[in-house]
Write a protein that binds this ligand. Structure first.
Ligand code: T3D
Length: 267
């Protein structure tokens, strides 16, 4: 039987995916990519899921690509053709980042420990990044002669501006969770003792919110990064036209006027 490299659990409407190779800080192998893709697709297709949490088993979140995986490990035999890392990116990392970006429900990265290389950018591509105080982020790529991938080159300057992005990406130093929050790289750094409860509360809060509006908010904010102000205003209008016809909008306004809590159900 093959190893379970991604643990799947559900608490009410919150699905949690736990990367499960703790002995190697949950670094990603080809098998793990396949299991993670299947788990993400299953969550996306399951109407009972209204929030997704991505976390790691043990002391790490994810140390990026497993550098010993035959998929990408340098070939040491004389004359051997080098591994095609670009192919690994196209086949696994790009679809992984896009799966997360296209999820119909909000995605929380619950960064329990070190997040390095593609592991850091996997977290940063989620909608909200909550990190334990003892966690850290490392753009480890230049240390092994590569560029930031898994969306890092796109995400970093948008999250923290070019100056910080360049510092993080060129130097590859460890950034502690508290500093990551201070520079705006992540949403929140939480005391280790409160981390689990904080993530749970946030996930259940998001799960009770209007899903279509949350997914559209992600889409509108990302799309606006490459639009003029006027174009963004129009794009917002297009979304409001669509969402204004939704059941959740009707429910939200009806509940507000009736002074009762809303019960959102669209997905
Ligand atoms: O092929 C490609 O490169 C294409 C895709 C690229 C995407 C990428 O993600 S490139 C970046 C890959 N990741 C890294 O370069 C990070 C490598 N890891 C580290 O620098 C350190 O492990 C950490 C700074 C993350 C943590 O350090 P520390 O001291 O807390 O732990 P450690 O002792 O280094 O690691 C614990 C174990 O995990 C250790 O195994 P051992 O000695 O106990 O048997 C270590 O080898 C293993 N491990 C950690 N990261 C990886 C890994 N094994 C394979 N691949 C890893 N990425």
């Amino acid at each position: 039987m093959s190893d379970v490299l991604v643990l799947v659990s559900q608490d009410a409407a919150v699905r949690t995916l736990t990367l499960n190779r703790p002995h190697a800080l949950n670094s990603l192998t080809e098998q793990m990519h396949l299991q993670l893709a299947a788990a993400l697709d299953s969550a996306a297709a399951d109407a009972s899921v209204r929030c997704l949490v991505l976390t790691g088993a043990g002391r790490g979140f994810c140390a990026g690509q497993d550098l010993s995986d035959p998929l990408v490990a340098p070939r040491l035999e004389p004359g051997a053709k080098p591994a095609d890392i670009g192919e690994a990116i196209e086949r696994y990392y790009k679809p992984l980042a896009l799966r997360i970006r296209d999820m119909p429900v909000p995605v929380i990265a619950a960064v329990n420990g070190v997040a390095a290389g593609a592991g850091a950018n996997l977290a940063l591509g989620c909608d909200l990044v909550v990190a334990a105080h003892s966690a850290s982020f490392i753009q480890a790529f230049t240390k092994i002669g590569l560029v930031p991938d898994a969306g890092g080159s796109w995400l970093l300057p948008r999250l923290v501006g070019r100056a910080q992005a360049m510092g993080l990406a060129l130097l590859g130093d460890k950034l502690h969770a508290e500093q990551a929050q201070q520079i705006g790289l992540i949403w929140k750094c939480v005391d280790d003792a409160a981390f689990g409860d904080e993530v749970r509360q946030l996930a259940h809060r998001l799960a009770a919110m209007p899903m279509k509006a949350l997914a559209a908010t992600r889409e509108a904010i990302d799309a606006a990064q490459h639009m003029s102000f006027a174009a963004a205003l129009s794009y917002e209008g297009q979304w409001q036209r669509k969402l204004g016809a939704s059941h959740d909008y009707l429910e939200g306004v009806t509940a507000f006027l009736a002074k009762r809590p809303p019960k959102f159900s669209d997905r």
